[in-house]
Design a protein around this ligand. Structure first.
Ligand code: D54
Ligand code: ZN
Length: 278
C-alpha cells in the first residue's frame, strides 16, 4: 500500500503558492498502480481518497499504521466507485460485482475488504473515498438505477451535465460521506458553474473519461482569489471548505465528487455569481 498524509492549508497561505506548491498540497496525481492500493489522507475532515487497481492479485484493504486502527474500517466508512473494467469487492465475505461507474458503500466495522479484477487484461479501477464514522450502516451497492439523477446546465453555456447522486442521504444511509458522479454531455466542458463554496464540507474531485491528449483545468481558491491546476485523466484534487471548485475541460469528461463534514445536505451550498469571480 502507498500512503501519503497531507496537512490542511489556510486560504491566506494557499493564495501565496506557486504552481508547484499548489500541486503538491492539493493535486493527487497517482491513484492507480497495478496490484496496489494508493491512499492520500488529508487532514481536511480526515478524508482519505485513493485507488485500488488489482490486476493479477486480490488486494486487501489493510489497516494504516499512522491511523492506529486494528482494521481499516474500525472507525471509518468507505465509498467505492469503479472507473475501470469489471471488478469484485468482498466485504466480510459478501461478494459485490461492480461494473463501470457502479458504486458500493461499505459500513463502519467491516473487518475485511478485498478487491479483485474479473479480467486482468481489463483491470478494475476502484476509486476510494473514506471518512471517519461513528455509526454502522449497511453495506450497499448503488447503480444509476437507484441513484438520484439531476440534469443541469445547457449546451449554450457549455455546462450541460447529469449529476448522479450515488452514495448520498436519501439513496443510502451514511455517517458523513457523500459521493456521486457528474457526466458532461458532448460539447459541454464546465462543471459546477455557476459555482459555490460550502464551509461546512470539504470535497474531493476525481476527473476521468478525459480523452487522450486532452486535460481539465480545475479552479480553486476563495471566489475572489482563484487559482488553477491543470489535471490529467484519473487524477484527484482536494477542495478545502473555503475553496470554490469547478473545472473546464478541453473536451467533455466525467468526474466523481466526494464530501464529508458538518451535514449530509447536498444542497447546502453558498452560491456565487459567475461575474463575482476574480
Ligand atoms: O457540492 C457538490 C459538488 O460540488 C458537485 O456535486 C457539483 C457538480 O457535480 C456540478 O455542479 O457539476
Ligand atoms: Zn461542492
Amino acid at each position: 500500500m502507498k500512503y501519503e498524509s497531507r496537512y490542511a492549508v489556510h486560504p491566506e497561505d494557499a493564495a501565496l503558492y506557486g504552481t508547484e506548491k499548489l500541486r503538491n498540497h492539493f493535486l493527487i496525481e497517482n491513484l492507480f498502480t497495478a496490484d496496489q492500493i494508493c491512499l492520500t489522507h488529508t487532514h481536511e475532515d480526515r478524508y482519505i481518497a485513493g485507488g485500488a487497481m488489482p490486476v493479477q492479485n486480490t488486494l486487501e484493504l489493510e489497516p494504516v499504521e499512522e491511523l492506529r486502527c486494528a482494521y481499516f474500517l474500525e472507525r471509518r466508512e468507505l465509498g467505492i466507485i469503479n472507473v475501470g473494467g469489471e471488478g469484485v469487492v468482498t466485504a466480510d465475505g459478501q461478494t459485490y460485482f461492480l461494473n463501470y461507474k457502479e458504486a458500493l458503500y461499505v459500513g463502519k466495522e467491516t473487518k475485511s475488504v478485498t478487491f479483485k479484477s474479473v479480467d486482468p487484461d481489463n483491470p478494475a479501477n476502484f476509486y476510494l473515498n473514506s471518512a471517519p464514522a461513528h455509526q454502522t450502516f449497511p453495506t450497499k451497492k448503488v447503480t444509476k438505477e437507484n441513484a438520484e439523477i439531476v440534469e443541469l446546465g445547457s449546451l449554450e453555456s457549455s455546462n450541460h451535465r447529469v449529476i448522479n447522486k450515488l452514495l448520498v442521504d436519501g439513496v443510502i444511509q451514511t455517517c458523513q460521506l457523500q459521493m456521486g458522479m457528474t457526466e458532461l454531455k458532448a460539447g459541454s466542458v464546465w462543471n459546477t458553474m455557476p459555482g459555490h463554496v460550502h464551509d461546512r464540507r470539504m470535497e474531493v474531485y476525481f476527473y476521468f473519461d478525459v480523452p487522450e491528449d486532452q486535460a481539465v483545468c480545475h479552479f480553486m481558491g476563495r471566489p475572489d482569489e482563484t487559482r488553477h491546476i491543470w489535471m490529467q485523466n484519473k487524477q484527484a484534487v482536494i477542495s478545502p471548505p473555503w475553496s470554490m471548485h469547478a473545472g473546464s475541460g478541453t473536451s467533455s469528461y466525467t468526474f466523481i465528487w466526494g464530501m464529508a463534514g458538518e451535514n449530509l445536505d447536498y444542497n447546502d451550498m453558498d452560491k456565487f455569481a459567475i461575474t463575482d469571480l476574480k
